[in-house]
Write a protein that binds this ligand. Structure first.
Ligand SMILES: C[S@@+](CC[C@H](N)C(=O)[O-])C[C@H]1O[C@@H](n2cnc3c(N)ncnc32)[C@H](O)[C@@H]1O
Length: 161
């Protein structure tokens, strides 16, 4: 495999949310508690939703379709210090892939009703994966520069609007 090799992903659906302004959108689902969204899965992929209703949370992987270019050093939304891009969740990345964990409130046909959405309306969906506690729970994590940001500052900067 060479550095120049490219991959093509096609959207499997579309994410709808109340967020239309990137500057006003919460910076993470943790600051968007209760914010509802709807995930429409395209018909060819609908059968893959079988058995998903038993999960309380799902990961949505998506394309930051309004993001252009990237910088390898960025000032994160919650900090005033420049950080390495890969130590942040900044939306401008070499591969503009977003990852949000959302609460799954219900499924009707090929429509998922979700909450805790930090994603702009009209965002192309790349994949859905269930949150599985036994796989995903991390004990005693270290959170790098985030450990220097107090909760009050995070909540003030993270909720935007
Ligand atoms: C900091 S990112 C975090 C997103 C995700 N939770 C993650 O960690 O990958 C959240 C910000 O991305 C921006 N955003 C959301 N959806 C986008 C999209 N489709 N295109 C470009 N920017 C988007 C919004 O400005 C939002 O505040």
């Amino acid at each position: 495999m060479s550095e120049a090799e490219a991959f093509t992903y096609r959207p499997i659906g579309i994410i709808h949310s109340p967020h239309t302004d990137p500057e006003a959108t919460p910076v993470q689902g943790a600051f968007a508690r209760g914010v509802r969204g709807v995930v429409e899965v395209f018909p060819p992929y609908a059968a893959g939703l079988k058995d998903l209703e038993g999960f309380s949370h799902v990961y949505l992987l998506y394309h930051f379709h309004l993001s252009c270019g990237f910088s390898l050093l960025v000032k994160p939304f919650l900090d005033v210090v420049e950080r390495g891009l890969f130590s942040t969740r900044a939306p401008r990345r070499p591969n503009a892939i977003g990852l949000s964990i959302v609460a799954l409130k219900g499924i009707e046909g090929r429509t998922l009703h979700v909450e805790d959405v930090d994603i702009l309306d009209g965002t192309p969906l790349l994949d859905i994966k269930p949150y599985v506690k036994r796989f995903d729970e991390v004990r005693n994590p270290r959170c790098g520069w985030h450990e220097g940001i107090d909760e009050e500052t995070a909540a003030r900067c993270g909720g935007r609007k």
